[in-house]
Design a protein around this ligand. Structure first.
Ligand code: ZN
Length: 274
């Protein structure tokens, strides 16, 4: 089990009591999803769809392709996958910063590098942002993610899971595969070729059907499942795509391997194995 100490910094006008409450909520969300206990898609009320059993026959209604059974099995397996990463988060501190930041880089040097920092800000145009792990190789910057306060209001809280995925070395499921491979080769060296991390040449992660574009959707609501050029359903339940929170349920085993690899490689001073 990897133990991740977290400090949540608020660069917004907020009362201490509320800040602590949000800090705890963030840790709960992280631990639920990284431990494989994410809220089941079965329990979630997507738009006007309550008490629906997402079995194969239900799913087939959404598929126009003649290969219905095969595709519905893929979809069914995605929505039934949860994953335990063996990464656990602990809230050590919540801090209310007096400054408001628009250029967040300028504040980096003030952060204690005994923690992974989650910075809550509101004057930004994105949901979340972070560095990839190799930025921390010389300990020049503090490991951190940036989260818009806005995500708590518009049901995009799983952005926190997604950004942690980036921080631990994961790309998007829709990123340019060749570029990703080049970068992994660079930072994994021989491990890239020898390890269990990436087993196929044509995907970022061998166990994710690659997406051609990002989607921002809930396929059940839109009545549309994207297929890639191999006629596979893209994994719309993966934390590393842009789909709606209500359908996001897991990292794949290959993604978990990659995260552990980079935690071991770049975060040894912060994240301890218990
Ligand atoms: Zn992202």
């Amino acid at each position: 089990m990897y133990n991740v100490p977290i400090c949540v910094n608020f660069y917004i006008d907020i009362k201490k009591k509320k800040a602590i409450k949000i800090g705890k909520k963030i840790i709960n969300i992280l631990n639920e999803n990284f431990s494989g206990n994410s809220e089941s898609i079965y329990k979630i009320n997507t738009t006007n769809k309550q008490n629906i059993s997402y079995d194969q026959s239900y799913i087939e209604k959404f598929i126009t392709n003649e290969n219905k059974t095969e595709l519905s099995k893929q979809i069914y397996s995605y929505i039934n996958t949860n994953s335990n990463t063996n990464i656990k988060f602990n809230l050590i501190k919540t801090k209310i910063k007096k400054t408001k930041i628009s250029k967040f880089e300028s504040n980096v040097e003030n952060l204690n590098n005994k923690y992974i920092h989650i910075n809550i800000i509101n004057d930004i145009k994105f949901n979340g942002l972070t560095y990839m792990p190799w930025f921390f190789q010389n300990n020049q910057i503090t490991p951190q993610i940036f989260i818009s306060y806005y995500i708590f209001k518009k049901n995009k809280i799983k952005t926190i899971i997604h950004e942690m995925g980036h921080l631990f070395g994961l790309f998007h499921t829709f990123d340019n595969i060749d570029n990703c491979h080049q970068i992994y080769k660079l930072y994994m060296g021989d491990d890239f070729y020898n390890g269990e991390y990436l087993k196929s040449n044509d995907r970022i992660y061998y166990d994710i059907p690659s997406q051609t574009t990002c989607m921002y959707l809930n396929p059940f609501d839109l009545n549309y499942f994207q297929l890639n050029d191999k006629n596979e359903v893209t994994n719309f339940c993966n934390y590393m795509c842009y789909n709606e929170d209500c359908v996001l349920t897991h990292f794949t085993q290959c993604q978990i391997n990659i995260m552990i690899y980079f935690i071991e490689k770049y975060f040894k001073d912060v994240i301890f194995k218990m």
